[in-house]
Every structure is written in C-alpha cells, then in structure tokens.
Design a protein. Sequence first.
Length: 175
Amino acid sequence: MDLLALVDFNLVARHGGFGKAARATLRPKATLSRRVAELEASLNLRLFERSARALKLTQEGRALHERSSALLLELDETTATVASGGTRPRGRLRISAPLLFSQTAMGKIAGQFALKFPEVNLEVTAEDRGVDMIEEGYDLAIRVNPAPDESLVGRVFLRDRLVVVASPSLLRGPV
C-alpha cells in the first residue's frame, strides 16, 4: 500500500472533497484524485461514492479513514518527536508521598515539574502508610526512613535533621 496515497485519501475524507482538500493543502486536485484512484485499485475497493455534486465515503472508506487517520497522526507525532531530538515525557505520573512532606514541599516541587513537563499529568496522593507500588499502580513513592526493599530502586534526594525544641519554662521543670 502506498503511504502517500493513504495520506491523500485521508485529506480528501477529512475535508469532504477533492477540491476542498486541494485548496486546504495547496496541492493539485488531479494529484489527489489520481492517488485515491490508485489506492482504490490496489485495495480493489471503492472508498468514495461519487456523484456530480457530492462525494461520500463508502462503508469501507469510512472504516479505512477511522483506522488510518489515527495511525497517520501517531506516525506524524513519532516523526516530530524523533526530529526534535528525543521523547517528551507525557502521560500520567502517580506519586505517593508522606502527608507532612506533601504539605510543606510537594506543592512547589509539583508546580516546577508541571511547568517543565506540561504534558505530564501529576497525581499525588498524600498518605503516611506504606504502599505496594506495583499493586496500587504508583510510579514513585517518597518515604522518610523507608525499610530496604530489594525489588525497588531507591535514591536519597533530601537529607534532613531532627530537632527537638521546647519553651524555657518546660525545660525548667514540671508544669
């Protein structure tokens, strides 16, 4: 199957006609018509019902357009990603973090992350219980003094020290 013919078929289907597709893409109407005819011949199918005034997708044409338009969009995105020098992170990132850490630091960290990676949807759950990352579908768990787990990869990203504070009157004696 000729990929360019498939692209032209999708252009005509999306714009609703050869003339409209030609005007929208600044391509010759004859080229679009020839490529669609070649595609129909290679598939041994009619993709459009043609009349003097209208052009309508056949059932097979509608099915081909629905399936191939998504594939062509994915191909365009893949090509753009490779051309831009790599993949851009996108999708959902599920994070489990301790309640206190979430209240004091996670907002700022999440905001900076969202600005840097706008196509990533952060889902942060603030809880102090241990989570089963695999079973519960978490991508990242932030923990304070976690128990070692051979099945996970851990990295220290913050060191903090504990400080006990009290008022002078409390330190002097019983209340």
